[in-house]
Write a protein that binds this ligand. Structure first.
Ligand SMILES: *Cc1c(COP(=O)(O)O)cnc(C)c1O
Length: 401
């Protein structure tokens, strides 16, 4: 069946919540994806930050195949070895003490919110606690995650949403401080805002929030779903700031392609919040995803992924800065490591640039207000950065206003 037919069939049967790009992807190898005609695409989106190890990593694939034949699923009523190992490695990598595995980032956020609510409830027996979240944030599409997502366009049709949530201005400590009261149970933010347009938290901002949290026994929840797992050159983006969250949400690259997320907590929060019966999941942390997470964390260590990101990301930043000096409609470059954004003047729509890039064999996505988002697999080499830059330069030339 030809591509056009597949696309028509998709539009007949799949709920239309996405305006998809007009290609049907078939397979992947390394940092390239291939459509049904065999045309290849250099992937600078990595399935939205998921495919940190690229496609077709043999060690990873073999580990999953072995686990499929051994034991795919069992419930959380029993122990299973791969997930025990995965939890130990995630705790070691994060310096947090306890992990709960979920099926997605959204569910990791849900669990983190429940833990914070339970922590506050256990202290004073009331349920009207407040959460401070950030404008332009993104935490997921379920009702709880949507309630803390600072995008009115996503939220409004579904209101009222659960819980009392107040939105502060990102990177403005006073804005956060002015919302704190005796009912505040948690402050929740992305260490680097992804969907909102690639905005890293300023050091003073995050340290200031940590101080507020410590002084008032408020829990700091960091959403590391997009910026975590080595993307910025440390295992988790907050590790560059000299602070530690009370709860961290993680997903996307955690399983490098299998649907898994996690929230991790400090021992103190763990023992004062969710107890047996307070939270659960059927699939979350089954042996299959446990084997994936465990192998991902092993490969990160063996292949020295963090060092590689630190090195290759300098090269990417330099190339993006070059483009910025060449094209005056590129107004800003922001980001850390291999999580980068290039902001464009509104006369040049980022969506148009990414559509044209796709035609020329480059997968790029957008974010926030007219920003091109760069989230390549963490295994990219300089030659891939050069290839991306060459295609993007062509496209920018064409799009010049
Ligand atoms: C993708 C994302 C989520 C939601 O994760 P899902 O796995 O899609 O549920 C939450 N927060 C951030 C920062 C994200 O990038």
């Amino acid at each position: 069946m030809e591509t056009k037919k597949w696309m028509e069939q998709a539009e007949e049967n799949i709920l239309h919540t996405y305006n998809r790009f007009p290609i049907v992807l078939d397979h992947g190898e390394g940092v390239y994806l291939y459509d049904m005609q065999g045309k290849n695409y250099l992937d600078f989106a990595a399935g939205i930050g998921v495919q940190a190890l690229g496609y077709g990593n043999k060690e990873y694939n073999d580990a999953l195949k072995t686990q499929i034949d051994k034991l795919l699923h069992t419930s959380n009523l029993y122990y299973n070895q791969p997930t025990i190992e995965a939890a130990e490695k995630l705790c070691r990598a994060s310096g947090l003490d306890r992990a709960f595995f979920t099926n997605s980032g959204t569910e990791a956020i849900e669990g983190a919110i429940k833990a914070a609510k339970k922590y506050a409830y256990a202290k004073d027996g009331t349920t009207d606690h407040e959460i401070i979240a950030m404008e332009h944030s993104f935490h997921g599409r379920s009702l709880g995650a949507l309630a803390v997502t600072g995008n009115p366009h996503y939220r409004e049709p579904f209101e009222p949403l659960p819980g009392i949530v107040k939105f502060a201005e990102y990177n403005h400590l006073d804005s956060v401080a002015s919302l704190v009261n005796e009912k505040t149970c948690a402050i929740l933010l992305e260490t680097i805002q992804g969907e909102g347009g690639i905005y890293p938290a300023k050091k003073e901002f995050l340290m200031g929030i940590k101080k507020i949290c410590r002084e008032h026994d408020i829990l700091l929840i960091l959403d590391e779903i997009q910026c975590g797992m080595g993307r910025t050159g440390t295992m988790f983006a907050w590790q560059e700031y000299g602070i530690k969250p009370d709860i961290m949400a993680c997903a996307k690259a955690l399983g490098c392609g299998v649907p898994v997320g996690a929230f991790a907590l400090t021992e103190h929060v763990a023992e004062s919040s969710l107890k047996p019966g307070d939270h659960g999941t059927t699939y979350g942390g089954n042996p299959f995803v446990g084997a994936a997470v465990s192998k991902v964390l092993d490969i990160f260590e063996e292949k020295k992924i963090l060092e590689h990101v630190q090195e290759v990301s300098v090269y990417l930043k330099e190339r993006l800065e070059e483009l910025k000096t060449e094209y005056s409609f590129l107004t800003a470059r922001r980001g850390r490591g291999l999580m980068q954004g290039l902001e464009l003047e509104s006369a040049v729509p980022a969506g148009e640039v990414s559509a044209k890039a796709l035609e020329q064999g480059l997968i790029l996505i957008t974010a926030g207000h007219n920003v091109l988002r760069f989230l390549p697999p963490l295994i990219i080499e300089r030659e891939h950065v050069d290839e991306m830059t060459a295609i993007l330069r062509n496209v920018l030339q064409e799009c010049q206003p």
